[in-house]
Design a binder for this molecule. Structure first.
Ligand code: GLA
Length: 721
């Protein structure tokens, strides 16, 4: 709900449990007042900081109690009198002008507007938007701030546009999507740190210090190393208690998030596309639109913050048509054969797939090239290895009663390709000697003709092929902001706009089938990608022990149904062995599938796989629609445990993973979370019936989980009786 108190000029944005309050100040700027637990009052202007702090200059000669550097702001341009970290920087005709923004008007309406060319949170029935116009009259620049309220998930989405309303050029050098000021600096900062094959595996928590903490990616992707999720929380906040503010961006490119502490010890959080190299010129009447930032508040720790984000991602980021539907159980050819793939090999995989409860066969890389050194960008099927073509192969797979999936990497081109030879200017580079990685360049998608060329090549090659699933990959970083046509300061963001356009175009041409995005494993696990694909390949690291950390970190911000996990040989990354049950229990955390050569496994193994697939289908609804409660974090522990609870609280799946053999595991007690204390639940393994209150407070003994079979991975279903 959005309220505007006309007399006091206060905006009060309310969700189920939170309030976000700001006002039009006496000086016509937008002054931030409060974000946190839901409150009743609109007029809380008494909280406005009026401390006089010398030296800071302002234009309000008669009002000496004004100080632009101590008040909270909703937007804070450089050269406006606020000497803290600015949220926007722009210049007119090359000068860094004074940028005083004044409130002009606002409107509140049901629903929301689309954000042109960018992914965003889709509106729900009760969604409301507040749109506020601010102008810099001296320079004729207009900013529009958008706040969209998602009541149920306790999420508020923000973005802004800037328009050149004058006659001279306006250049944007910094353009944060959101600026949120907090009183005090007694916070910890939580981020997801990682790297290739260890994406988001380290949930980092640091005490906020004076100065600026930066979470940023400059790789042209949201990256393996960083993630646009960030949170600040009270030092005493844990999984279940304490105040947490969570943030994320609906964006997949370079981003910058700053948490800076002012001289007064107050905290400013800025989220947006990165300003490194940004120099975006707006001609008269032109506009620039920022990506969307989302934020949530939880007074019940990091666990509730995660669940708020999970609900929001499911209800507003992922397409409705896919979000709650059972996902394919795939067999992917990559770890089965890598590039040594052929029609024969794929049909062989398919021949026993059904025996394992698999319903979709995915042909990964290799269908148009024998290695990673050639052919990318040409999109011509290797007819020697695939004599029936993709369409013929898809038909054969369908005739076997299975679905067919295909791997693509549309944003790239191999140096050794006909496309690159013909159009060497179609790649991003700052030199005649472009930087290369995996023998490939990044196509210059800032140019429409390149987007169209690649969309046409792929759709022509796949014309008539019945494809049910696409794996969309991206296997190198964008390391050079250079285009033969596009101004350098606009390349990174325009490239992202081009990528989204290509995704949308091919999705539409391929019949809006289920897309799984990927980026050399999990280098683009973000809300921008989830807008187009309900699930993302989490990591090329399929060692289940490492996966525990990767998946746990990813679950901080993203629902388990988006986290694509495969049962594999298990030893690919590390050579480490693991039990089948452990592998299954790790992989069934998210969207489940297989990635191994089935011909190497016995009939008995396949029966086991079939049992796993069946079991996954039985619990899948909890993955798609349930709530995740983390019980034991794998960090600094020999165990990992969580429980997934249905929204009705009539079903819960407890998973316990033993990461290290210890002597005391049998006597451990685990208290469940998320159950209804007044409901009685049957433990489907032991048949014991206990009230939720008992399971929540007394708990279960781990030794009881493996009465039947000693293993290191267990899942037990509890159902209401
Ligand atoms: C990336 C993906 C893998 C596989 C290969 C193919 O690394 O993450 O799963 O698709 O590309 O080249």
């Amino acid at each position: 709900m959005i309220r505007f108190n006309q007399d006091e000029k206060v905006f009060h944005l309310q969700t189920k449990n939170t309030s976000y309050v700001f006002c039009v100040s006496d000086f016509n700027s937008l002054e931030h007042l409060y974000y946190g637990k839901k409150i009743h009052d609109d007029n809380i202007k008494h909280i406005s900081n009026r401390q006089i702090y010398g030296h800071v200059a302002h234009e309000h000669r008669e009002k000496r109690d004004f100080n632009a550097s101590v008040q909270g702001f909703e937007i804070s341009p450089f050269n406006s009198g606020d000497i803290r970290t600015p949220s926007v920087i722009y210049n007119c005709d090359g000068n860094l002008d004074c940028n005083r923004l004044r409130y002009r008007s606002h409107k509140i309406y049901k629903g929301r507007k689309q954000i042109d060319g960018l992914p965003y949170s889709r509106p729900l029935k009760d969604t409301e938007t507040l749109e506020i116009i601010l102008t810099d009259d001296e320079n004729q620049v207009e900013f529009t701030l958008y706040y969209t309220v998602f009541e149920g998930a306790d999420v508020i989405a923000r973005h802004q546009t800037v328009k050149n309303t004058g006659k001279s050029d306006v250049t944007i050098q910094k353009f944060a999507s959101a600026c949120i000021d907090f009183y005090g600096m007694n916070y910890d900062v939580v981020t997801l740190e990682g790297m290739y094959i260890y994406e988001r595996a380290m949930v980092s928590r640091e005490k906020l210090k004076r100065g600026t903490f930066k979470n940023e990616s400059l790789s042209g992707t949201s990256s393996h190393n960083k993630n646009p999720f960030i949170a600040i929380c009270a030092p005493n906040a844990d999984e279940d208690n304490g105040e947490v503010y969570g943030f994320n961006l609906v964006y997949s490119g370079n981003f910058s998030e700053e948490v800076s502490v002012s001289f007064l010890g107050d905290t400013r959080v800025l989220l947006g596309m990165s300003d490194v190299g940004l120099y975006w010129t707006l001609k008269p009447t032109q506009c620039l639109c920022s990506p969307e930032a989302i934020m949530t508040y939880s007074s019940e720790g990091l666990g509730q913050m995660s669940r708020n984000f999970h609900d929001h991602v499911r209800s507003s980021i992922i397409e409705e048509e896919f979000v709650y539907s059972p996902r394919p159980i795939v067999i992917n050819s990559w770890e089965a054969s890598y590039f040594a793939v052929s029609e024969e090999k794929v049909l062989q995989l398919a021949s026993t797939a059904k025996d394992c409860g698999i319903d979709t066969v995915v042909l990964d890389d290799g269908w148009f090239r024998p290695n990673d050194k050639q052919g990318l960008g040409d999109w011509r099927t290797d007819k020697q290895r695939f004599p029936s073509g993709i369409s013929g192969l898809a038909d054969k797979i369908h005739a076997m009663g299975l679905k067919f999936g295909l791997w693509l990497e549309p944003e790239m081109v191999n140096e050794n390709s006909e496309l690159y030879k013909k159009h060497p200017d179609y790649v991003l580079t700052t030199s005649k000697n472009p930087l290369i990685s995996r023998s490939q360049y990044v196509l210059d998608l800032t140019r429409d003709e390149v987007v169209n060329e690649i969309a046409n090549r792929i759709s022509q090659e796949l014309e008539g092929a019945k494809i049910d699933y696409i794996k969309w990959d991206f296997n190198r970083y964008v390391c050079e902001a250079g285009s033969y046509k596009t101004a350098q300061g606009e390349v990174y963001h325009r490239q992202m706009l081009g990528s989204y356009k290509l995704l949308a175009t091919l999705k539409q041409r391929l019949g809006n089938v289920l897309f799984e995005t990927c980026c050399g494993g999990g280098g683009r696990f973000d809300l921008g990608m989830l807008y187009y694909s309900p699930q993302i390949w989490t990591s090329d690291n399929t060692d289940p022990y490492a996966r525990v950390f990767i998946q746990n970190g990813t679950s901080m911000a993203y629902p388990v149904s988006t986290i694509s996990c495969h049962f594999t040989k298990g030893d690919c990354t590390s050579g480490r062995q693991s039990t089948y049950d452990f592998r299954y229990n790790v992989a069934s955390f998210g969207a489940y599938g297989y990635e191994l050569d089935l011909s190497e496994y016995s009939a008995e193994d396949k029966e086991i796989f079939n049992g796993y697939s069946k079991n996954y289908r039985e619990i899948e609804e909890l993955n798609l629609k349930g709530d995740l409660f983390r019980l034991i974090s794998p960090e600094n522990s020999s165990f990992y445990s969580y429980v997934k609870v249905s929204k009705k609280k009539d079903k819960a799946l407890l998973t316990f993973l033993e990461l290290n053999a210890t002597g005391f595991v049998e006597s451990m007690v685990l208290r469940l979370k998320g159950l209804d204390p007044d409901k009685a639940y049957k433990n489907n393994q032991t048949g014991q019936v206990l009230y939720g209150s008992t399971l929540l407070n007394v708990g279960v003994r781990i030794g009881d989980l493996f009465r039947e079979k000693r293993c290191d991975g267990y899942s037990v279903l509890f159902t209401e009786v």
